[in-house]
Ligand binder design. Sequence first.
Ligand code: BGC
Length: 386
Amino acid sequence: MKGLTQFLSLALVTGVLTMNSCTSKKETTEQKSGIEKASYGQLADGQTADLYTLRNASGMTAKITNYGGILVGLTAPDKDGKFEDVTLGQDSLSAYVKNNPYFGALIGRYGNRIAKGKFTLDGKTYSLVTNNMGNHLHGGTVGFDKVLWTATPIEGDEPALKLTYTAKDGEEGYPGNLSVTVTYTLQKDNALKIDYQATTDKPTVVNLTNHTYFNLTGGAKRDILDHVLTLNADRFIPVDKTLIPTGKLQPVANTPFDFTKPTVIGARINDSTDTQIKYGGGYDHGWVLNGSGDSLKLAATVYEPTSGRVMEVRTTEPAIQFYTGNFLDGSVMGREGFAYKKRYALCLETEHYPDSPNQPSFPTTVLRPGQTYKTTTVYQFSTRKE
Ligand code: BGC
């Protein structure tokens, strides 16, 4: 009874769930779009997190919690119309709190690395929390992936979840109170759109992204080495041993980093003659996207031959970090007690170049009062029969 009362009081239903359907939280075959809200659990400080399920008319679902803005699950149909989860995730809020290698999470204030956790802006040097080989990674020890966001569901054929969070001046070392809004929208055309927006009251640096791990086999049936990838990028961003950019950009031609034509990910991932592959332990690099301007451009296409699933990534961002789950080692429990192993997923993090605050030749990531940071990324799913 408690469960039902809780569900009824929390169920924020947007034209989907009638009182009758409220009695069953099971997935139905009924294809109606909308949002369902349920309690997801309590955090150590007593605050509670919720889990929102967005559904579109074709039956695709996106589950999102306001803890870390984490995309907890995303289903997409295979070539026979079977919906399966195409992401890596965990079973409970406590699992995400305990140890999450950023599965599905929103990343900020600065996605990717800042060398030695230091940067200078307008003549003042700032020291950030260092949490990765002496560098700052993904916003520090308590980045945007570990905070509770305020959620507002938005009804409609294309249900959306608006998340807001204000990071304080000095949080993790960054200057300025930063007001952030991230909106997830599940589109009719089986695409998940993420809109990012931020404003600040002092000059600061911003680089927001989402860290979903994808495996298009559905349910992470095997590693991602047979996935076929195309990247719309003629250059990539070489790094040093600690994965900080050297400052130079390198043409991908004649390197294992050339994905300008559809290429099986596993084909060159272990090329030990390549220093950059060695440093990354596989792929863990930024690629500079072709084309300029703020319009949405095709950044990446991933095809998984057994399921026929295709994912296209479009973004307004100038770069994409392609990471092949090299640090997954089976120690993090995934869904239903399944341990995700090395290379069981790939991340395509749309963003600015790593360490931009220390690299004058890279596009700027500085945000000043009066300016609005605005970016969009769309992950679109379809199938191909071959
Ligand atoms: C980074 C990896 C890091 C991973 C953590 C990626 O964005 O590039 O180096 O290990 O995030 O999950």
